[in-house]
Design a protein around this ligand. Sequence first.
Ligand code: AMP
Length: 227
Amino acid sequence: MSEAPQAARALILFGPPGSGKGTQAKLIQDCLRIAHISTGDMLRERMQCGDDLGQVIKRLVDNGELVTDELVNRMVEERIGRPDCAAGFILDGYPRTLSQAGTICQRLAARGFGWVVVHLKVDYNIIIRRLAGRRHCMKCGAVFNLASNPPKVADSCDKCSAALTVREDDKEQVIRRRLEAYDAQTRPLIEFFSAEGNAFHEVDGAQAAPQQIAMRICELIRNRNGE
Ligand code: AMP
């Protein structure tokens, strides 16, 4: 099923690492045909350049720390101005700090977008299990999970047969640092977005199949559009 949204809206999707933001964003993108903006993907792409900035980003990301607000704000501002965002877009993994949240709300308002905010909640024990089983194809970007979505041939990508790898920041020590960063810097967004004027929803990211969770989020966006 796929349909065009009735009004230009941004979906702000946040939650701890491993809560399924990326999976949900892709399913919702298929359903609503709006752009998917993942700051994590944009940063990993930037890291590949290997220049000074790429190396600074890589050090922070590999260490489970956040990159600067200034850099991600700039990247997102440039991205949401592109034509494919005019009908609406999903922000996956952004904002992650109160300062980023304040910036994006101002920019969305200035561009005439409404927004719906979804916090994906998942127990940290489930997250650690999920992330530790994650395998990535560095060639085509496919993501597998040894527990829930294993590749057909061990350690090999189903789509392009390249070798699968564990992302540096999916190693257990780093996962714990990412969760600490989430608690300290991103969790306060719950209170920020619960404030009046935001359409804020908490969705359990572990109790149902990914497709069912995505349908529920699409419904929240449709209901908001119908206001
Ligand atoms: P993700 O793929 O969304 O889990 O992001 C991977 C890593 O990229 C994070 O652990 C951070 O180091 C960095 N990152 C992604 N989005 C942001 C953001 N909005 N602000 C700061 N750092 C970010």
